[in-house]
Design a binder for this molecule. Sequence first.
Ligand code: HEM
Length: 303
Amino acid sequence: MKLKRILLLFLFLAIGVFASEILKEHPSAIFGKDLVTSILAYDKENSLHLGHLFTVLQGKYFTMLFFAISLGVPLIFAIHYAIIGPKVFSHDKKKIFVFSMFQRLIHWLAGVSFIVLIPTGIIMIDGAYFGGGEFVRVCKELHAVSTIFFAIAVVPMTIFWFKEMLPIKADIKWLMILGGYLSKEKKPIPAGKFNAGQKMWFWTCTFGGIILILTGAAMYFQDFNFNSIINTGLTQIDILRLSAIIHDILGMVMVALFFTHIYMSMFAIKGAIHSMISGYKEEEEVEILHSIYYKKLKEENKI
Ligand code: HEM
């Protein structure tokens, strides 16, 4: 465990040193003098001509879709809560330790960063409706700063949950019954420590999150004359446009899944939030919602 933390610390330091070396060698739009000099103007030769596609997507669809997701997903869950209601498990039985202090700290770092990233992202994409100007610019900077906190959290999170998030056969069964969330019945649900829904969220927020960080950085720094990029044959304007398209589509998925995560952990299962505060889950909750994991703990005499 100690070795893992030392390795992580080393990794962060190495990333910091590497980044500072790159910035020295290739002054960026933010720190350097060569802002925009190597970026082709709209529709110039040698570009992939993604400008039109981006303008249409951004102007017609992204704005509307973000708006629809921000209202539609919470509305669907409000209906679910009203009709089916939360799953309630006994709090009188034993409690099972599931999340270490380190995991909880890293998780909260990601959580806090998302609480800033999501609204500031939506404000940027729907900037015109929020009056544009200084307010939207401040949101852009807040979005960038909170990305740093998410970037710090995403690497350890990927490492410590990686193994338990690998797919198993039971995930297909879980998906077929939608995790049992369409009924109030307390029947054991086929799932390991994490169910298929949690796994989908994990892979989207880790690998998707890393792609969001990279595409976001490309848009933020704008001018980066790296040989490795020039050698791909893509021009910087292509990379900017591609980044914007990928970032916005993934961002939409992330917003929808983040709302789902919040609903599941704060409303759909009463008291589930405690596991991320104390590290303990109720025995009955594990027995019903993570029946394979529960059996394994029993067999190993861990409970
Ligand atoms: C304030 C926001 C958040 C709250 C209240 C929250 C709450 C929770 C809770 C209660 C659990 C345990 C669920 C269970 O096993 O029953 C959990 C797990 C988890 N959280 Fe969060 N979370 C938040 C933000 C985030 C963010 C931003 C990420 C990633 C970027 C994240 C990633 C995960 C993952 C991967 C798990 C394990 C799998 C799962 O339960 O979905 N969470 N969260």
